[in-house]
Write a protein that binds this ligand. Structure first.
Ligand SMILES: Nc1ncnc2c1ncn2[C@@H]1O[C@H](COP(=O)(O)OP(=O)(O)O)[C@@H](O)[C@H]1O
Ligand SMILES: [Mg+2]
Length: 163
């Protein structure tokens, strides 16, 4: 399985420590994402946003998490056969995992290129397919981890620390 990692240099130590220790989350949210369901895609990220808002996360961090989560959720709806998201909320950060049912990403570096998109006409008619989703996630999250290959499920991890 091919793998891509982006880690904010300022958070590398904290991220690595978290990944090694795998602590138990304070709050866990689940969401299903159906293929091509652009009516409901976005519900998961708005649930996350509302929950974090209640927990007192600051507006700028909230916005960055919501942008990253929305792009990842739309990608599952637009480019996969559907999947699920699991959001694990801790005292100081959130870790969201997207797991879909394929068909996978053949070349993750290419997929990360701003403007690159394989979106079909239907997806473009819905207003998606500008090829900025993954670059936007990278820009807004403290960590982005993608595992995929052609013919396989894709797993996307997003980690963001609260200010
Ligand atoms: N969950 C996924 N499953 C399969 N392919 C994906 C997935 N997420 C992203 N991709 C691939 O990466 C490309 C770039 O994604 P992105 O930057 O979000 O742009 P866009 O969604 O506008 O095409 C997509 O066009 C698609 O080829
Ligand atoms: Mg996208």
């Amino acid at each position: 399985m091919a793998e891509y990692w982006h880690k904010n240099p300022e958070r590398v130590e904290a991220i690595n420590k978290y990944l090694e220790s795998q602590p138990e989350a304070e709050v866990i949210l689940y969401g299903e994402i159906a293929e091509m369901d652009f009516v409901n895609a976005g519900k998961g990220s708005s649930d996350v946003k509302n929950t974090l808002k209640r927990l007192g996360v600051d507006p700028d961090t909230l916005r960055r998490i919501a942008v990253a989560a929305y792009e990842a959720e739309i990608n599952v709806a637009a480019h996969s056969r559907g999947g699920k998201m699991t959001s694990m909320i801790f005292d100081d950060m959130i870790h969201i995992i997207y797991e879909d049912e394929g068909p996978g990403i053949a070349d993750i570096e290419q997929a990360m290129t701003p403007g690159f998109s394989t979106a079909d006409d239907l997806v473009r008619e819905m207003g998606f397919g500008a090829g900025q989703g993954l670059p936007n996630i990278k820009k807004n999250a403290d960590a982005l981890h993608i595992q995929s290959e052609a013919g396989c499920p894709t797993t996307v991890d997003i980690i963001t620390y609260f200010a």
